[in-house]
Design a binder for this molecule. Structure first.
Ligand code: 4AD
Ligand code: MG
Length: 436
């Protein structure tokens, strides 16, 4: 084929290429033939297009190739664009050259296969329209997070992934052999961020995060991406406001760039638009229990963490994400300080998403009280010595500070409206799966 410029399918679907002779390249999405005609659907990154291959319109050898080509073969096509109301999308390519790049073997994925099978075939299933749409949206979300923080005066700061101690409780640490010693995979960037704010003041990061979560839920991954921020001179209220702004900004960016993908996923665009312009309420844990008691007749003992089912029932009363603050201090990580106005609760928050997507953000103000943190770490069986460097941060010009972490896959799953978090990450790792 002499052509050196390649047209993308989305350009044809705008109608602006009708009547033109042009070249396309991609993969065979579907194909069927009858006699002297082959109907194929070509796929590229931008969409799908019907291509009609008629004997006589192209060299015989190329027609024979087209007839025997199986799905997922890679091809280059030359042809004329015609409007055709019967074709999906309203346009088709009448092919004058069918240049096979690589004949595919029979593709292992057919219709209606089980989620587990599709996870085994993840390397091939990434080509599906569903995952294509999810990962385009994920790309927008990741870009939006960087943009949000950079435009608001935050520096990107990276922390080690190999960390000698816990941040979020020892029970979910992944142990790693480190020469002849042991260390752990990062549960959070936070403790190192707390060191860096004394230099950079406002910082953020997004990176792989690891939790040995034994729970087999649709919300938990063993490896996920967390987007975190930490700010000097900030309190709990300040960071809840930043989190609300961040989530709204992410939504607006997705609505700006990914309407087509949201439609493919069957997501309700109007609903997301409304959320992106709404005020997100803030309530306390105690108020959440009150709502559950008064509206649902659900009794939860004060002091118990909200279980996912309880979060879901609570969120039936809200259309937007909700910030819940002041959880009982007893069930909180060692670095979350008591609220001086209500010391049995912590200066902490979760942001819960509506419609059963649960906690998408978790954060807090940070304790400045070395003795209190030591006591709480000891109670968890931790070696205090490991945290000495962290306590130094309270010894040399300590300032109030706060931060939070946003679960990237939780946000992707919620915005896409997909039913399992595993489809929000490329190659999911869970308690039962670490392949391919
Ligand atoms: O609430 P978490 O545990 O908070 C922290 O790790 C803090 N140190 C963050 C900070 O203050 N800098 O985790 C933050 C978020 C959760 O709200 C959730 O969205 C997500 O990370 N997350 C998970 N996502 C997928 N799978 C898991 N196993 C997750 N655990 C937490
Ligand atoms: Mg949390």
């Amino acid at each position: 084929m002499p052509q050196t410029s390649w047209t993308k399918i989305e350009e044809i679907l705008t109608g602006k290429k009708t009547g033109k002779t042009l070249s396309l390249r991609g993969w065979i999405h579907r194909t069927r033939s009858s006699g002297n005609i082959v109907f194929t659907i070509l796929r590229d990154v931008t969409g799908t297009l019907q291509a009609t291959i008629k004997k006589g319109n192209l060299p015989d050898k190329e027609f024979e190739d087209a007839k025997k080509t199986l799905i997922e073969s890679s091809v280059e096509l030359n042809g004329v664009v015609k409007e055709d109301k019967r074709a999906p999308g309203g346009y088709e390519l009448q092919v004058t050259n069918f240049n096979i790049i690589e004949f595919a073997e029979p593709f292992p994925i057919a219709k209606d296969q089980s989620p587990e099978f599709l996870l085994d075939q993840r390397h091939l299933w990434l080509r599906s329209q569903k995952l294509n749409s999810v990962f385009k949206i994920r790309s927008t979300i990741v870009g939006a997070i960087h943009q949000f923080f950079r435009e608001n005066g935050y520096y990107e700061f990276d922390a080690p992934v190999l960390q000698p101690s816990q941040c979020e409780g020892g029970s979910t640490l992944f142990e790693v052999k480190y020469y002849d010693k042991k260390t752990y995979l990062s549960q959070s960037w936070q403790l190192y961020a707390e060191a860096a704010i004394f230099s950079l003041e406002k910082i953020y990061n997004m990176g792989p995060t690891f939790r040995a979560e034994k729970s087999k839920t649709s919300r938990h991954l063993s490896e996920f991406w967390m987007a975190e921020m930490e700010g000097a001179w900030m309190d709990l209220h300040d960071v809840t406001e930043v989190a609300k702004e961040e989530v709204k900004f992410i939504l607006k960016e997705v609505l700006k760039h990914n309407k087509r993908e949201l439609e493919i996923l069957g997501q309700d665009i109007k609903k997301l638009e409304k959320i992106s312009k709404s005020k997100f309420p803030t309530i306390t844990y105690t108020e959440a229990l009150k709502i559950l008691k008064e509206k649902e007749n659900k009794d939860i003992t004060w002091g118990k963490d909200l279980r996912t089912t309880e979060e879901d029932i609570l969120m039936e009363h809200f259309e937007t994400p909700v910030v819940v603050t002041n959880y009982p201090i007893e069930i909180m990580a060692f670095y979350k300080p008591p609220d001086p106005k209500d010391p049995k609760t912590a200066l902490c928050f979760d942001m819960l998403a509506p419609e059963g997507y649960g906690e998408i953000v978790g954060g807090s103000q940070r304790s400045l009280d070395i003795e209190n943190m030591k006591k709480r770490l000891k109670a968890q069986g931790e070696k205090i010595k490991n945290y000495d460097w962290y306590f130094d941060l309270r010894r040399y010009g300590s300032v109030p500070h706060a931060g939070y972490g946003l679960g990237v896959e939780r946000v992707v799953a919620w915005i896409c409206g997909i039913d399992n978090i595993k489809d929000a990450i490329s190659f999911p790792r869970t308690v039962l799966r670490f392949r391919p």
